[in-house]
Design a protein around this ligand. Sequence first.
Ligand code: ISE
Length: 343
Amino acid sequence: MSDLRIAVLGVGLMGADHVARIASRISGARVAVVNDYVAEKAEQIASEIEGCRAVADPLDAIADPDVDAVVLATPGSTHEKQLLACLEHRKPVLCEKPLTTDVETSLEVVRREAELGTRLIQVGFMRRFDDEYMNLKALIDGGELGNPLVLHCVHRNPAVPDHFDSVMTVRDSLVHEVDVTRFLFGEEITSIQIVKPVANSLAREGLFDPQIAIMKTAGGRHVDVELFVTTGVAYEVRTELVAEKGSAMIGLDVGMVRKSVPGTWGGAITPSFKERFGRAYDTEIQRWVDAVRTGGTTGIYTDGPTAWDGYAATAVCEAGVQALQSGQPVAVTMVDRASIPGA
Ligand code: ISE
């Protein structure tokens, strides 16, 4: 079977990272086309990869006959149009979050894919491919700890860019715990509240940081998340599950613990999500490539979070943004999945 020819749209931080991974660590695939709204950036990257071209228009890149599948790492506001183009051309696509930026368009994408009777869209929630999250999921599903009751989560970034505002804490950061909750508990989130403690005086004026999100699931389970994006320390993502017969915690950053002069001990913490979830991204992309290459026989070109998962995350985050403004718990509004056959 020949290598899958991938178009990577958007070669900013995430897209460029995916280009590098496909070019060096992923088997059965190569980067055939790159695109970015900064044309020179795409041209530069294309010139460094054998057999790769820069294509100026993202929709032309999707339609290109020499492209078998697409990785979308473009700004969220462009996803709807690009996803619909992928569906129109029947091109499998791995879409970095968000699926789209609002609930209506996310739902429309879910509907359009379902009408085709095939799965072409995978959403890039990479934590589902992280060894620690996979082990925690297996522990829950194995039933050893009994009924899961509570998740306590910590999500800290050392710093964020100047344009990062309080709403982005919900849509860009919390969205991962939204997906983790749905993945681990296997049920929808029904309400969300955001508490705003006194703000970090070192954070930019007007940024509510930290924020504490409190979510409730359809089965009545409780999830709390400390989101703190200006710690100045490192990238920390911890999740503790409390269940009827015990608890389990992941993300303790205990790789090597070193003892040295002058009598200190400790280890290193990853500086950003690129390092913390580097292996998870590799696994995610390799499994996606494998699924796309065998999709012709199964009709399923994904191996991971679906368009529905993207829609559900958008719906929770939309309620989260309202909760950020009101300070009150907000109910999450979603359509019944059964009303969309094939979703
Ligand atoms: C960023 O956009 C990501 O997706 C990271 O995974 C997350 O940890 C970070 O907080 C976001 O800003």
